[in-house]
Structure formats: C-alpha cells, structure tokens
Write a protein that binds this ligand. Structure first.
Ligand code: UDP
Length: 398
C-alpha cells in the first residue's frame, strides 16, 4: 500500500453483525483496491468487542487499522427500558463526538466516510472534514427499497480474510469427521435468543430428526429475541444446563453443542455442512448462499421476516415454519419435519433446494469476481475516493 493511497474511514455501529461486514469491506478495499482503511468501532462494552476482534479477527489488523471509540455508559443514556433499535440510534448519536475527536487527532487526511444504516448521522462529521459519504447497506434490495421510500408514503406520516494463522477450531475438527453435507448448522446470529420452552422444543426436534447438527446455544431469555445483541454471555466449555435432561449424552454421536459462538463463515464453508437453521440475518444469508447451503428460516427480529419470505417464496432455497416464531412456539414435530425436508436429499424438495442454492452461489461468485457487479461498484467507489470531493461529478459523469 503506497503512503499516497487514499485513506477511507469506516464507522461500525454496535453489534458483531454490524462490525463484521465493515471489517470485511475494509479488508476488501485495502487488499483488492489498495486503499488505506481505518475502521472506527462504536462500542458499549469495549472489553467484549476488543476480545472478539482480537480472538477472531486478528488477521484483519494486518491490512487495516481498527480504532475502538471511547466506551459509552449506556445507563446514562437510557433511564428506562428502550427498544433495541432505539438504543442503537441513541448510542450512535452520542458517539459522534468521539468520532469527531478521533478523526481530528489523525495526521492524515481521510477522503471518505462509510457508515452503515445506523450511522447516517455521522454524515455531519464527514461534511465538516470534507469527506465523501457512503452507506453500506448490509441487507437485501427489498429492504433497501422499503427504507428509502418509507419517508414518502402516507402511512408513515402522522397517521474473506486469510485464516491461516488461526488455530483450527474444535467445531471444525468435529466437522472433519462427518460425512459430506450431513450436518445441520443451527445459529441465531450474533444476538438471537429463544425462550426456555422454545429451546426445549428445538432440542427435541433436532433429536427426533436423527440428523447430525452443530448448535450454537445461548441461555434462554424471557421477553426478548435479541437478548445477546449487545453483550454475549461468557464463553464456557460446560454443558448448558438449560437443555433437556440427557440431551447432550443422547445426541453425542450425532450432535455438537457449542456455547455462545462458532466460527460461522468457516463452518458454512465446510463440506460436511448441508443445511443451516438460521435467524435470517443478512450476513448469515449471504454466508450461506456463498457456500450453496440451503436453509431453514427462523426469523426473530429486525427485517428478518422479510428476508425469510424472500428466501422461501422468491428464491426457493429455504423452508420456513407454518407460523413465524413471533406468533408462538414452534413445536418439535414441525422442527423435525423441517430438518428432514432440508437435509434429506433423496426427496425432491431437498434436491431442488440444493440445486437452487448452488445456482445462487455461482451468481454470487460472479458478482464478486473482477468485472462482476459487486466488484465494479467497489472499484467505482475507490476511483471516487482517489479523485476526492472536488472531482466527484467528473468521475460519476465519466
Ligand atoms: N456469527 C459467528 N458466530 C456465531 C454467530 C454469528 O461468526 O456463533 C457471525 C456470522 O457469521 C455473521 C454475524 O455474526 O457474520 C451475524 O450477522 P447477521 O446479519 O447474520 O445477524 P445479526 O447478528 O446482525 O442479527
């Protein structure tokens, strides 16, 4: 990377599901387009974010800089229970002063600021420093269209980094021992949680299906489906006591229970994985599609129901429950049936889903390749950064 290369700043809002796409984008801009990159991370719990970055993402630091903004005290911002989305918006607003002072203290000039959908207030900071402004939208085009047009409809008016240095994870070692495409990976993203009753039904559904599985489990929560979004429970090697009695022993030949967190991108890329029971976060969907893995949709919050509908009804790579999880408990028999529909390749449905998932993988690969749509848009953005704000019209016009 030459020292004269343009330097872009990325701002990641709280939550690993927001941080990971920013790190991936930063890595791609630096390694493929030779930009210099600094990722500013907004965090409410510096120690958790720091340790996740250190443990799982140390390879990013070889090509980009990562700056943790000063930690915010959540209790001073919220004196009563506040919905998760409002919490993120509040946190982002209060972080702007830290972003401003971090940018002023840098000796180099930053050419552009890239934020996610929660970071658009930071455009004011970009304007102060005469930077180009971009939004990284880490979800589907339906959702982008919805949030773009929402302010104009009557209704809303009143009325891959290199992984070679990382020691092989024991989940991957377990997967190495399993037959090809035989394992269902079960995970609810970086923050998803289930009620105790739902957790019990899911355990029985998996056991009844007799299929192999890797299940990332978190302690049950009472009122929230995003109970771990801001703070993951501590990693532990102990068997979670909230699973049904004897579950781990009875399923030990076929299943692996992983408390809290698994290396998801590597799990989904493993040849033994043949299905993904997912909460339908957009990163999880992309990671599944990039590996041609069909899914069982289990949407929990945010735009995940929309994602699930698109995957099942438009793309045909997913089965989804009769009634969505928000309308009640999904019972063990239905879970067992969904697992069989996705994992059993001799049935026509499973076979067709697999073929469509592989077709999607091919188109995703093409988009990322040089000349593909994703590669083209990023290279265009890199060109704009090289020329700066002054020549923006010229670059876009040309
Ligand atoms: N993730 C992971 N291990 C886990 C759970 C999640 O690596 O045990 C990663 C996953 O690969 C994805 C991100 O966390 O990149 C979750 O993002 P997504 O958009 O799917 O869901 P969110 O957490 O934002 O709801």
């Amino acid at each position: 990377m030459g020292s004269t290369a343009p330097h872009v700043a990325l701002l990641a809002s709280p939550g690993m599901g927001h941080l990971i796409p920013m790190l991936e984008l930063g890595h791609r801009l630096a390694s493929t387009f030779s930009l210099r990159v600094t990722v500013f991370v907004v965090t409410t719990d510096a120690s958790t974010a720091q340790s996740q970055i250190n443990q799982e993402y140390s390879t990013y630091k070889k090509v980009i800089s990562i700056v943790l903004l000063e930690q915010l005290d959540l209790s001073s911002l919220m004196d009563r229970p506040t919905a998760m989305l409002s919490q993120i918006v509040l946190i982002m607003r209060h972080s702007l002063r830290y972003l401003r002072s971090a940018i002023s203290s840098m000796e180099i000039r930053l050419t552009a600021l890239i934020v996610d959908v929660f970071g658009v207030d930071a455009f004011a900071v970009a304007d102060e420093f005469k930077m180009l402004r971009y939004v990284l939208v880490t979800t589907n085009a339906w959702y982008l269209a919805l949030i773009t047009y929402l302010p104009f409809i009557d209704l809303v008016r009143p009325s891959q980094p290199a992984k070679q240095d990382v020691p092989r994870n024991k989940v991957l070692e377990w997967l190495d021992q399993q037959p090809a495409e035989s394992v269902l990976y079960v995970s609810f993203g970086s923050g998803g949680t289930l009620s105790a009753d739902q957790l019990t039904e899911l355990a029985w559904g998996l056991e009844q299906s007799s299929h192999r599985f890797v299940w990332v489990v978190r302690p049950p929560t009472k009122d929230s489906a995003s109970g771990s979004f801001f703070r993951l429970s501590k990693k532990t090697d102990k068997t979670p006591e909230y699973l049904p009695d004897g579950f781990v022993t009875r399923t030990q030949d076929k299943g692996l229970v992983v408390p809290t967190w698994a290396p998801q991108t590597e799990v989904l890329a493993h040849l033994s994985v043949g299905g993904f029971l997912s909460h339908c976060g957009w990163n999880s969907i992309l990671e599944s599609i990039l590996n041609g893995v069909p899914m069982i949709a289990w949407p929990l919050y945010a735009e995940q129901k929309m994602n699930a509908t698109m995957l099942a009804e438009q793309l045909g790579v997913t089965v989804k429950p009769e009634k969505l999880p928000s309308s009640g408990i999904i019972r063990r028999d239905e879970i067992e049936a969904m697992v069989r529909r996705v994992m059993e390749k001799d049935g026509n449905e499973g076979k067709q889903m697999r073929i469509r998932a592989h077709d999607l993988k091919r188109t995703a690969d093409e988009a990322l390749r040089e000349g593909g749509s994703s590669h083209y848009m990023l290279s265009q953005m890199a060109r704009e950064c090289e020329c700066g704000l002054e020549k923006l019209d010229e670059v876009r016009g040309g």
